[in-house]
Design a binder for this molecule. Structure first.
Ligand SMILES: [Cu+2]
Length: 607
């Protein structure tokens, strides 16, 4: 009888545990409608901005719990094709809803809609969504808040009293839709933003701009999003410490700091306690740029106000003097070097595959266009998305010969050998990666366009296992290697004239874009994509395509394995000069040589 009773009690406990697990870990579905429209946005003290938006800038925050699914129906009510990317969401087996234009889908045409099925898995913390077609992400973006499983507390203390989203962006005056058009076609120097923004606003007097009201003694979770187009940023709150508890949808060992450095694409979870004299304090964001050429950059600062409840702001409020200056690489590095994963991961000593990628920005002004490259390949977007081409086995859309390393890995990348990347090859070249291989990529900065490049990988987070100055070398790599608690990110800065090594296991089959998150560099070709092959079982293979995928405007002729000529919209839109420039830029070396020859003849003739 006693044994039976024990059994009953045991069963009851197991039953309760199961019920608790089911209730606590049950994933929910969420439904959103995003209406993309073109409209005027106003800002105090700023010229008018006419741009694509999802209602406002930033757009609405998506709230989910870990492991949930969000169905987001994007209605394009504008006049340009658009796609949306769910930045940092791994989307297991589901590249169809990842979003980069001409990589995993063609743009949603004006008047059409497409429902993204966004699959959350291991992400927890702050991520974001943004347009991934042309420059429209400047105004089409918003935050994603991924909470722990239901009824589960945050794995840090104190538990926040409330949470607030803070999106750091850039403001461009004028007609942004025309701007997208010209910038894309010109493929040349890009316009500067007019200002930086905090939640879409900036202030020219203390009374304007974004205002965050807090209660004295309370702790708040700030979800910070790096949505700027072309600049890394420093962010600080006057007289207040910031405790960083998460980055890129993953928890970190808490660090207390007076400022953060955030690259475009990154996100942070930060605790702020209102523990100062009740008053008003500036929050400020300013650029970080180690590229040297600051005269050509927007070096302004944007501010917002942290106001203690029931306090009126004095006319003069303290400015955050802890905000580092624009070229303060030491402060940027000091902050970045502190980030470590909260939990130990103990990675294996050696990866299966090693890839070495040199990043460069060439300045070929003679032939009229600027190109950026990865391993001397400047990425060209195809006219039909790579994912569809892969799924349907369509030839002539992409090539799989992206080099696993440059001509040599012992070049003086940060010195004279960087000139070897001045004339990249233009092409849609991608990497094939076998399912479940562990992969290490070393990104090597070069002296060509030397600045911090925030490299972002879709479909994965990766461990940042080592970083160093100058040219990569094995000794420094081994000395710096962190296989215990490396940061787990989706966007990492490749330091100016330095290198960084990342690791991931290729267990998410699909087509995944990888690119610099400085928009001008991505536009100039600092991109590639991975195809991670299917594994053996269905659970290791790409899902079937969803219904209603946007159609591509170019019609692919399966008989000729090519596009119908009358659908070749991109070059038809170009002027005759642009057409020739496009053709010539494929043979920059020939072009350059010809020009030198012509000038030599003229010189000899004149003499
Ligand atoms: Cu870059």
């Amino acid at each position: 009888m006693g044994v039976m009773k024990n059994h009953l009690v045991g069963d009851l406990i197991v039953g309760c545990l199961c019920l608790f697990l089911i209730l606590c870990c049950m994933a929910d579905d969420h439904y959103y409608d995003f209406y993309v429209t073109e409209k005027n946005i106003t800002n105090p003290c700023a010229s008018k901005n006419f741009a694509l938006v999802v209602e406002r800038v930033p757009g609405q925050t998506i709230h989910v719990h870990r492991g949930d699914t969000a169905f987001i129906n994007v209605h394009n009510n504008g006049t340009y094709g658009i796609t949306i990317h769910w930045h940092g969401v791994k989307q297991p087996r589901n590249p169809w809803s990842d979003g980069p234009a001409y990589v995993t889908q063609c743009p949603i045409k004006p008047g059409k809609n497409f429902t993204y099925e966004v699959l959350f898995s291991e992400e927890e913390g702050t991520l974001w969504w943004h347009a991934h077609s042309g420059w429209s992400r400047a105004t089409v973006h918003g935050a994603i808040a991924v909470l722990p499983h239901k009824d589960t507390p945050f794995p840090f203390d104190p538990q926040p009293y409330k949470e607030h989203v803070i999106v750091l962006g850039e403001w461009f005056s004028g007609n942004m839709t025309e701007f997208f058009d010209t910038e894309e076609k010109r493929h040349t120097r890009t316009s500067l933003s007019d200002a930086y923004t905090i939640n879409g606003l900036f202030n020219c007097t203390a009374d304007e701009g974004y205002r965050l009201v807090v209660e004295s003694g309370r702790t708040y979770l700030l979800r910070i999003v790096g949505a700027s187009m072309d600049h890394e940023m420093f962010f600080a709150v006057a007289d207040h410490n910031l405790t960083v508890v998460g980055q890129d949808g993953s928890y970190v060992k808490p660090i207390t700091t007076t400022y953060i450095m955030i690259t475009p694409g990154q996100t942070f979870d930060i605790l702020l306690t209102a523990d100062q004299l009740p008053s008003c304090y500036y929050m400020a964001v300013g650029p970080y740029n180690d590229g040297g050429n600051h005269a050509q950059r927007n070096s302004s600062i944007a501010t917002a106000i942290l106001q203690y409840k029931s306090t009126s702001c004095p006319p003069i409020i303290p400015f955050p003097n802890q905000l580092p200056k624009v070229a303060d690489t030491v402060s940027a590095k000091n902050f970045t070097d502190q980030i470590k994963s909260r939990d130990s991961v103990n990675l294996p000593e050696k990866p299966d595959d090693k890839i070495f990628i040199a990043v460069a920005v060439s300045h070929q002004l003679i032939c009229g266009k600027v190109h950026a490259s990865l391993n001397n390949i400047s990425f060209v977007h195809p006219k039909i998305d790579i994912l569809q081409a892969y799924h349907r086995s369509l030839p002539n859309i992409y090539e799989t010969d992206f080099p696993h390393q440059p001509a040599s890995t012992t070049l003086n990348f940060t010195g004279d050998d960087s000139l070897k990347f001045e004339f990249p090859i233009l092409g849609t070249k991608i990497l094939m990666i076998e399912y479940n291989r562990s992969v290490e990529i070393v990104f090597q900065g070069t002296n060509l366009g030397a600045e911090n490049h925030p490299m972002h990988l879709h479909g994965y987070s990766f461990y940042v296992v080592a970083t160093g100055d100058g040219n990569f070398n094995e000794t420094e790599y081994k000395n710096n290697l962190n296989l215990i608690d490396p940061p787990y990110l989706n966007t990492v800065g490749v330091p100016r004239n330095g290198w960084v090594a990342i690791r991931f296991v290729a267990n998410n089959p699909g087509v995944w874009f990888m690119h610099c998150h400085l928009e001008r560099h991505a536009m100039w070709g600092m991109d590639t994509a991975f195809i991670v092959t299917n594994g053996i079982t269905e659970n290791q293979s790409i899902r079937e395509p969803p219904n209603g995928l946007p159609e591509c405007s170019s019609s692919y002729n399966t008989t000729t394995s090519n596009f119908d000529a009358d659908e070749n919209t991109e070059l038809e839109d170009a002027t005759p000069l642009e057409k020739w420039s496009g053709i010539i830029s494929s043979w920059n070396v020939i072009c350059f040589t010809l020009l030198i020859t012509v000038f030599s003849f003229i010189y000899v003739f004149i003499r």
